[in-house]
Design a protein around this ligand. Sequence first.
Ligand SMILES: Nc1ncnc2c1ncn2[C@@H]1O[C@H](COP(=O)(O)OP(=O)(O)OP(=O)(O)O)[C@@H](O)[C@H]1O
Ligand SMILES: [Mg+2]
Length: 274
Amino acid sequence: MTGTPGEHTVPLLETRKLSKNFGGLHAIANLDFKLHQGEMRGLIGPNGSGKSTFFNLVSSVYAPTSGSILLDGQNVTALAPHKIAELGVARTFQLLRNFNEITVLDNLRVGQHMHVTYSPLAAILGTQKVRSEEKRIREEMMEILTFIGLADFAEIPASELSGGQRRLLSLGRAMAMRPKLLLLDEPAAGLSPVNVDNLLEIVAALQKRYDLTVVIVEHILKVVMNMCQRVTVLDHGEKIAEGTPQEVKDDHAVIEAYLGREMNNEDIRAALMA
Ligand SMILES: Nc1ncnc2c1ncn2[C@@H]1O[C@H](COP(=O)(O)OP(=O)(O)OP(=O)(O)O)[C@@H](O)[C@H]1O
Ligand SMILES: [Mg+2]
């Protein structure tokens, strides 16, 4: 039997019998999920299988219909989204939500405001503490911008960025929250192959530098298969498989859910490796 990394420690993220219904639709059904510190987990499944809903539950955008969510062993099921963020969960959205009118740097600043340690009054008075804190924050944000290759664009409005750069900015905004757990919802959507590779290198470098645990939803299966130690597969809100990329790739239920029943094994393998 292959061991799960950190299987004897408390998971960073755990869900127990997590469910979310929209009317009669079971978007997430009875999901048991465990993720350990330091992992990069792939989350895959056909369109509408519940991947984004899972992120919306973990980041508390939605309240579950039933079941529970634990962070570091602490039950966080009913917490407000900003509390979840304070506990170190950040995510990107499938549809970008950058602030186009403000600068690239300010887009990151919006994300990190909760880590500011001075009082609003001190900010108004413009004290020494405020100034040194502002400097520290700027340095941190510039480090993130350097990582994602946008340092030269720090002072321009986000509206002037290219599509690929906007994807990177949304990653930078999530990083500005100094997360422990980073949830990436199709971070490479719409990128050209070169830009996909660039983004993935950045994600890997960020993970290393900032000691991140990552869940990545991605339709480009090659990405997930290459980057992740383990992959979880959803279909109709249920977990239908979990394991190493190799195990998942050979799993019949995955093949059927993902690719339809009419393909022969050779075609399936070709599609998964494409
Ligand atoms: N706010 C909502 N209200 C009603 N139904 C919803 C809502 N959000 C998601 N759903 C439904 O829940 C199911 C799961 O959707 P979800 O967006 O989580 O899928 P997904 O796996 O992220 O799909 P995709 O790969 O297309 O992004 C779908 O049937 C979707 O229509
Ligand atoms: Mg989605």
